[in-house]
Design a protein around this ligand. Structure first.
Ligand code: FAD
Length: 404
């Protein structure tokens, strides 16, 4: 490995690897087949301490930043990229809260999110608003100290196993992109309902569901940031969350490659092990180099991001300000380009590696009992969610063109 990880980071790697081997592996194929989340895994995750990684000690966290989070997601995903998702989607739901919550909101939410008593989810996508987030039709109408929210979301990851949902709704539809606001809502709020669960190609053990909001009254204290700031919150959230998708992609690809190498060393044809054929070993070399390049880009970026993120979080607690305001005081750097690059490169690499691994293992690679094809199915979604890879390319190109 190219990086000198700190003792805490090494501990996260070891704990996550151990958790994946002992807890996730025995559940993996059964719950993929059942297309269900194993209920007992929720309490194992709660005990694991993984939810506390991105929070400072003030809220019961371990202050290990985005690097700690990515190391954990990578290790869990090496074994099962679907069962690994609950802490990852909770981080996705937590990031807008971390960036924009005020001191009072932090005190209300973070001790529960850190301990895993409550799990967060993120709900933006609607049937007519995927890549184009400004097309959402969920509305939030002001009514005294409350907003009345009506509408629905679809494709919400961990949709029926979360507690606090960060949602986006239009408070001023006439203002277009500037008329979107962001709220957090508890699953027990009157008017909140979970809808159908999707049947999917991959990540089958993580429930992807619809959410319905029917005259759901939400107090104005549940609004994140100022009214009309939803699109900024969304964009900044993705800057910090997309490295997590890259970590998931890398873990999945590592899991597939390791199983493939093991099998090809043992498999004999024409009197020799299949891995000794040069075309096969060259494929292994190519895949390994691309995987290492993904890791280098991911960890060099998140280590740099953490220099600001961790300091800003500490300052925000001390000054009772929003983390996002403290980030801006320290650095004006936006991470959009690098986050998009990591997500694009790692997810394309992961899908390509997993499908090549299936090919290299021949008929055995195709059989569900062997456990390889699941990596390929699970890798596919990393090219789609948190913005499809075309959207990542649009964002990278826009930035590069501006810089030159
Ligand atoms: C399993 C799963 C879990 C998900 N979890 C969540 C979640 O937890 N929360 C949440 O809010 N959402 C979630 N999503 C939604 C996900 O983020 C969207 O599916 C994704 O952003 C793409 O939107 P779409 O599916 O509507 O595709 P569309 O926007 O309809 O895109 C269709 C195609 O058009 C291309 N395209 C669209 N616009 C452009 C453009 N401007 N330039 C070039 N190409 C373009 C896309 O790349 C894509 O190939 C999840 C999706 C899946 C599949």
């Amino acid at each position: 490995m190219l990086f000198n990880f700190t003792d805490t980071q090494k501990e996260i790697i070891n704990l996550s690897r151990d958790f994946a081997e002992k807890i996730l592996k025995p559940l993996s194929s059964e719950y993929d087949e059942k297309e269900e989340f194993p209920a007992k895994l929720a309490s194992s995750y709660k005990e694991s301490g993984f939810y506390s990684i991105i929070y400072p000690e003030e809220y019961g966290g371990i202050n290990a930043g985005l690097t700690g989070l990515c190391l954990c997601i990578e290790e869990l995903s090496r074994v099962d990229g679907s069962l690994a998702l609950l802490p990852a989607t909770s981080a996705l739901g937590s990031i807008p809260l971390i960036l924009y919550a005020n001191d009072e909101q932090r005190k209300r939410l973070f001790p529960h999110l850190t301990s895993g008593n409550r799990v967060a989810a993120f709900a933006l996508t609607e049937p007519d608003a995927g890549s184009d987030a400004t097309a959402i039709t969920t509305s939030a109408k002001k009514d005294g100290d409350f907003y009345t929210i009506n509408g629905m979301k679809h494709f919400c990851s961990s949709g029926n196993i979360s507690d606090i949902y960060v949602i986006f709704a239009k408070t001023a539809p006439e203002k277009g992109a500037r008329g979107i606001s962001c709220f957090f809502v508890d699953k027990d709020t009157l008017g909140f309902r979970i809808g159908k669960k999707e049947k999917k190609l991959g990540i089958r053990s993580n429930p992807t569901t619809e959410l319905f909001f029917e005259d759901m009254r939400v107090h104005k204290e549940n609004m994140l940031g100022p009214e009309g700031f939803g699109l900024f919150i969304l964009q900044e959230t993705f800057d910090y969350s997309r490295p997590g998708v890259a970590a998931q992609s890398i873990g999945i690809a590592e899991g597939a490659l390791s199983l493939t190498i093991k099998y090809l060393k043992e498999r004999k044809q024409f009197g020799q092990s299949v891995i000794s054929f040069q075309s096969v070993s060259h494929s292994i070399a190519d895949m390994s180099a691309r995987l290492e390049a993904s890791k280098a880009l991911l960890y060099s970026t998140v280590i740099k991001m953490d220099e600001t993120y961790i300091k800003a979080f500490e300052n925000a607690v001390k000054n009772k300000t929003a983390v996002r305001d403290e980030i801006k005081k320290i650095s004006r750097t936006r991470w959009t380009k690098y986050s998009a690059m990591i997500k694009l490169y790692a997810s394309d690499t992961a899908f390509d590696i997993t499908q090549q691994c299936v090919t290299l293992c021949g008929g055995m690679g195709y059989m569900r009992s062997f456990g390889l094809e699941k990596f390929m199915r699970d890798a596919k979604v990393t090219q789609i969610y948190e913005g499809s890879n075309n959207i990542q390319k649009n964002e990278i190109a826009a930035q590069i063109i501006k810089e030159n």
